[in-house]
Design a protein around this ligand. Structure first.
Ligand code: COA
Length: 172
């Protein structure tokens, strides 16, 4: 089943989405190959996270039939002003909704909206074991820059991270 048609609605996240965003994030963390972040991310913590984000760090929700199936986010890749146009993307899809095009819909939406937030390039940091994350990036024109060795630890074990990048279509 594909949900990349009109059934999939992508919209800016609201405070009321905090619990669903946190639950989907924690599912990804449980997989052990998505992120170095540790959970849990209860509603109050995600509400604060949402409210603290500057305008160039938007969060979006993907809804199917009114139920949140995934979320995405952009954030500056570096605090250095000369890299202000390089954004890092994040996409998380609820386990029950994976493999149906929700991740693709969210990433495509980020690619089209990121220039409006001042970004000229997007990068993603993906663990080499994360086949779905790498496939999603490759499907949307990201290329592998290289792999950082021992870039962080998950449950005490050093893990590599593959950096992917894609330039954006800037308005004339
Ligand atoms: C990575 C993730 C966002 C993909 O979302 P999704 O909705 O399942 O992906 P889609 O259904 O849109 O599929 C996108 C592409 O990836 C491929 N893909 C999806 N899951 C895959 C898997 N497990 N193995 C290989 N390819 C996979 C699809 O075939 C599709 O490619 P295609 O269009 O060429 O057929 C989802 O697995 C997830 O939330 N994982 C946990 C969080 C995470 O790792 N995020 C990535 C780092 S930010």
């Amino acid at each position: 089943m594909s949900v990349t048609g009109p059934e999939l609605r992508i919209r800016p996240a609201e405070p009321a989405d905090a619990a669903a965003i946190g639950a989907i994030y924690d599912e990804g963390i449980e997989d052990g190959i998505a992120t170095f972040a540790t959970g849990p991310h209860p509603e109050g913590e995600r509400r604060e996270w949402l409210s603290a984000r500057p305008a160039n760090a938007p969060v979006y929700c993907a809804e199917i039939s009114g139920r949140i199936a995934g979320w995405s986010a952009l954030a500056p890749f570096s605090h250095r002003p000369w890299y202000a146009g390089v954004g890092e993307y994040t996409v998380y899809v609820a386990r029950h909704a994976r493999g149906a095009g929700v991740g693709s819909g969210l990433l495509e939406h980020l690619i089209s909206t990121a220039p409006g937030h001042g970004y000229w390039k997007l990068v993603g940091m993906i663990l080499p074991q994360n086949g779905a994350g790498l496939a999603l990036a490759g499907r949307h024109g990201f290329t592998v820059v290289g792999t950082h060795r021992g870039h962080g630890r998950i449950d005490g074990a050093w893990r590599d991270v593959t950096l992917v990048e894609r330039h954006l279509h800037l308005p004339d």
